[in-house]
Design a protein. Structure first.
Length: 251
């Protein structure tokens, strides 16, 4: 069987996007890593919020082998893409005014914590209000979004603003509007989205930068190990005991 031309094109497109992140977003990635390290150093916690398919990248850094133990998922019910039926309801909930504030008010987030908000378009009410309200509460907000949407589409929030307008640090995923890297003869719709690959890479790059900054300050990064390697459970138990007051996914 011959190789797939389209599969190769998608991989090339994804690699190209990752190279752009390395070359164009390195400063913002480093800034985000420093902010996470600052939060860990002063006793704060870090959370991730993301609607729909963006939540995949957020979940990838929570209770993750090789990841920071203090990454907590700030879940908005019905917006994780697979936790509600019909799935289209999740898209509708992203546009509901006031939902973000209600979630924040009932969460353990407090002043001095850090919140990473992932939204590809950044145009719906949920990510905009989440960022705005989190900053008002004294949280540091990192936004992961495609700036192209803010430059070429209209906001769906009453303020007219986008996620990027309410963040302390913004990481641009470089994803084109529509999130589809390929077109081909005989296929009417663009296809092959790369936002999950790219956003997950951004998140892990941030974690690496945070670990680097913590070591520079003489602080052992609270990293988790795989439970499938010898000693992994014991290692993780020690980390979770030491940081129990900042790990909310255990409660």
């Amino acid at each position: 069987m011959s190789d797939s031309k389209l599969a190769g094109q998608f991989l090339d497109a994804a690699i190209g996007l990752l190279e752009r992140l390395r070359d164009e977003e390195s400063g913002n990635i480093a800034a985000a890593g420093t902010a996470i390290a600052d939060t860990v150093a002063v006793g704060g916690g870090s959370s991730r919020s993301a609607p729909s398919h963006s939540s995949l990248a957020a979940q990838d850094v929570v209770y993750r082998a090789g990841g920071l133990a203090l990454m907590n998922l700030l879940a908005v019910p019905g917006t994780l893409g697979v936790d509600v039926m019909p799935a289209t309801l999740g898209s509708a909930l992203e546009r509901v005014d006031g939902l973000a504030g209600a979630v924040l008010d009932s969460s353990p987030a407090r002043a001095g914590d850090l919140l990473v908000i992932i939204s590809l378009s950044g145009r719906n009410a949920l990510p905009v209000e989440m960022a705005r309200d989190a900053r008002a509460l004294g949280l540091t907000v990192v936004g992961v979004t495609s700036v192209a949407y803010a430059d070429a589409t209209r906001s769906r929030h009453s303020s007219g603003g986008f996620l990027r307008d309410h963040c302390d640090i913004v990481l641009d995923s470089k994803i084109a509007i529509g999130d589809a890297e390929l077109t081909a003869e005989g296929i009417e719709s663009p296809f092959a989205p790369a936002s999950t690959v790219v956003t997950s890479a951004l998140m892990q790059a941030m974690m690496a930068a945070a670990a680097e900054r913590l070591v520079e300050r003489g602080i052992e990064p609270p990293l988790l190990r795989s439970g499938n390697v010898d000693g992994g459970h014991e290692w993780n138990g020690r980390v979770m005991t030491e940081y129990a007051d900042r790990i909310f996914y255990r409660q």
